[in-house]
Design a protein around this ligand. Structure first.
Ligand SMILES: NC(=O)c1ccc[n+]([C@@H]2O[C@H](COP(=O)([O-])OP(=O)(O)OC[C@H]3O[C@@H](n4cnc5c(N)ncnc54)[C@H](O)[C@@H]3O)[C@@H](O)[C@H]2O)c1
Length: 323
């Protein structure tokens, strides 16, 4: 079997092994590709694996040898699934691999908003402690989380993992979700969206990007929040109306924010959040600890191995697209 990986670098920049896939056939790995090079790169391959490189109907017409498409991610909107299905080509994704990594990173962001560890360390290295007249100093307000309320929007796998960590820190947990379940009820108090917005000290987004969740952090909803609120987004960028959040941060209407995702990635230089006060931005790394990338790699191998045996694992045909 000829296997082509169209954009392997973000999954495996060199610290993982492709051996699991190499055991299944001849593997060619491209770190990344320009759109005009996709057809040539696929050539007569049997199996194509992609993370964010699009596979359109015209690509499938140009590459009639393709028998299998593997997506190295949960979201599979980069593949024209209908065109693949019409040619009997399964499209197999990785339904879940990084729940704890994203939950942990959510707290990396929140704890940074509470303590500004990076900024304080930078200030020490800049000589500010050596020249300080007192034995300690802090440059930003510091905040304890015990007793504070965290409001979690989207209470699925990651949202519930975030709740467990929040409870360990002594936080009260509110959750808003389109569906309630018993596991969620054991971890949090479900509320309506407005109550969550009114009462939370920290609001964190863990819902998928759907038409009804797009722009859920907008001026109208920000006006319902406490002025001291911290807002965290480690889900999908378009959940936030970035200009509205920027205005609220710069006017002091919102105390702080932390975004692991933005509307367009990589971030554009004119993204308003780059000019907002007290806004942390990280380059979509919540998913990326080596343990969760290894899990992703293992599932990608399992999917292709199953296909090579005539079985089907994680084929998304007919499934509702998440994000
Ligand atoms: N930053 C990263 O690296 C990274 C990595 C993985 C996932 N994510 C994001 O995290 C999100 C959550 O992942 P998960 O594994 O917990 O998914 P999940 O499917 O387990 O949970 C999503 C929850 O959102 C709820 N939901 C759906 N529509 C809603 C609505 N209109 N309002 C409120 N809640 C709604 C669902 O009922 C579900 O409980 C993903 O959709 C993805 O966008 C980000």
């Amino acid at each position: 079997m000829k296997i082509v990986i169209l954009d392997g670098y973000t999954l495996n920049p060199g610290d993982l092994s492709w051996a699991g896939l190499e055991a299944l056939g001849d593997v060619k790995v491209y770190d990344r590709l320009h759109p005009e090079d996709i057809v040539h790169a696929i050539g007569d391959a049997d199996a194509v694996l992609t993370n964010k490189t699009p596979i359109s109907e015209s690509t499938l017409i140009a590459c009639p040898g393709v028998k299998y498409i593997g997506v190295l991610a949960t979201g599979y909107n980069v593949v024209d699934v209908n065109a693949a299905k019409a040619r009997n080509i399964p499209v197999c994704n990785i339904p879940t691999y990084g729940t704890m990594a994203v939950a942990q990173f959510t707290f990396a962001l929140l704890l940074e908003l509470c303590h500004h560890v990076g900024a304080h360390s930078d200030s020490v290295y800049a000589g500010e402690w050596s020249s300080n007249i007192d034995w300690c100093y802090w440059k930003h307000p510091l905040m304890e989380l015990a007793g504070k309320t965290i409001g979690i929007i989207g209470f699925g796998r990651i949202g519930q993992a975030v709740a467990s960590i929040a409870k360990a820190l002594g936080m009260k947990v509110l959750a808003f979700d389109a569906y309630e379940n018993d596991a969620g009820k054991a971890l949090a108090t479900y509320t309506g969206l407005d109550e969550l917005l009114h009462t939370s000290d920290v609001i964190t987004l863990h819902c998928p990007l759907f038409p009804e969740t797009q722009g859920i952090i907008c001026n109208e909803n920000i006006q319902k929040m406490k002025q001291s609120v911290f807002i965290i987004n480690a889900s999908r960028g378009p959940l936030v109306v970035e200009q509205d959040l920027c205005d609220a941060l710069n006017s002091g209407r919102v105390a702080g924010a932390a975004m692991d995702v933005v509307s367009t990635e990589p971030i554009k230089t004119d993204n308003p959040l780059l000019r907002a006060k007290n806004c942390l931005i990280t380059p979509h790394i919540a998913w990326a600890p080596i343990e969760s990338r290894q899990r992703l790699m293992d599932i990608a191998v399992d999917n292709l191995r199953a296909f090579s045996r005539g079985e089907m694992l994680n084929n998304v045909w007919g499934k509702e697209q998440n994000d």
